[in-house]
Design a binder for this molecule. Structure first.
Ligand code: GLP
Length: 269
């Protein structure tokens, strides 16, 4: 795991955009896994800016979103499809048919997972997966005790996740308790992973993910098994890390090494 610590959310967003941009410029037909939530918004704003000001093109890019709520239609204001359309897809030159979000309104939600896995496989697998992390350590909607070998399927949300996400729903509005999410194995199969986290409320989950034992109780800790994962966090999210100073030192040393020997080392094909 590579851990990069930034002074604030803005510099973190810029660095994550640098990494996504290099991926897309090197391989214009890249397959990118995307996340929702407030965390990746800075990254998406930065990608939109680079699209507008520097002609960053998404014409050949395919995307697969991590997850979707079960039981609300795609055009619902709180669906993850709407989130992606509003915050990224409608503002860049990506073909709508190249963007996939699991179907939360399928007649049989249990059929969605295997079909989604097949689509990812047919696209050639995910080159670069963007992730956030829940306060309980979930990635996608893989809640604590999710199998570390899981693939895309229906999951029941924890009380904590329902509460964390209730801010987006009106008090009397139906809030889904089920979601379809890529599994932990699906995520680990991505060639390259970027996990973004900022804010003090993520500090505990970030500590468990990086320094805790590998455990289904913290699904994000499964990333310890992945060879090419970069964790981008701000100082507040990093505040509970025991080896924080070491990660900064590693960063300086790596910068020097990579600059010298392999400037595009992180690219994922
Ligand atoms: C949801 C999403 C996750 C996301 C998490 C954190 O539960 N399913 O993919 O990482 O929220 O959200 P936020 O970035 O708003 O803290």
């Amino acid at each position: 795991m590579e851990v990069l610590i930034f002074p604030d959310a803005q510099s973190l967003a810029r660095k994550s955009a640098d990494l996504v941009e290099s991926q897309i410029k090197t391989f214009p037909d890249s397959v990118i896994g995307l996340a929702t939530g407030s965390t990746p918004l800075g990254l998406y704003e930065e990608l939109i800016r680079r699209h507008n000001e520097h002609d960053l093109s998404f014409a050949g890019v395919k995307t697969f979103n991590l997850d979707e709520y079960v039981g609300i239609p795609a055009n619902h204001p709180q669906s993850y499809r709407t989130f992606m359309d509003d915050n990224l897809f409608s503002k860049i030159n990506i073909e709508s048919s190249n963007t996939q979000v699991p179907d939360g309104m399928a007649d049989n939600p249990l059929d969605v997972g295997p079909a989604y896995e097949k689509m990812i496989e047919e696209a050639g697998g995910i080159d670069l997966q963007v992730l956030g992390v829940g306060t309980d350590g979930h990635i996608g909607f893989n809640e604590p005790t999710s199998s570390l070998g899981s693939i895309t399927r229906v999951k029941t949300l924890t009380k904590q996740t329902i509460e964390d996400n209730s801010r987006f729903f009106k008090p009397d509005e139906f809030q889904p308790k089920l979601a379809i999410t890529m599994g932990i194995k699906t995520i680990l199969d991505a060639r390259r992973i970027l996990l973004l986290a900022h804010g003090e409320n993520k500090a505990e989950a970030v500590k468990d993910m990086i320094e805790g034992p590998l455990s289904a109780m913290c699904p994000a800790s499964a990333l310890q098994l992945h060879q090419r994962t970069t964790i981008l966090i701000d100082e507040t999210a990093a505040s509970k890390l025991r080896l924080k100073g070491y990660y900064k030192f590693v960063g300086e040393m790596q910068d020097e090494l990579v600059r010298k020997h392999r400037p595009s080392d992180w690219i994922s094909r």
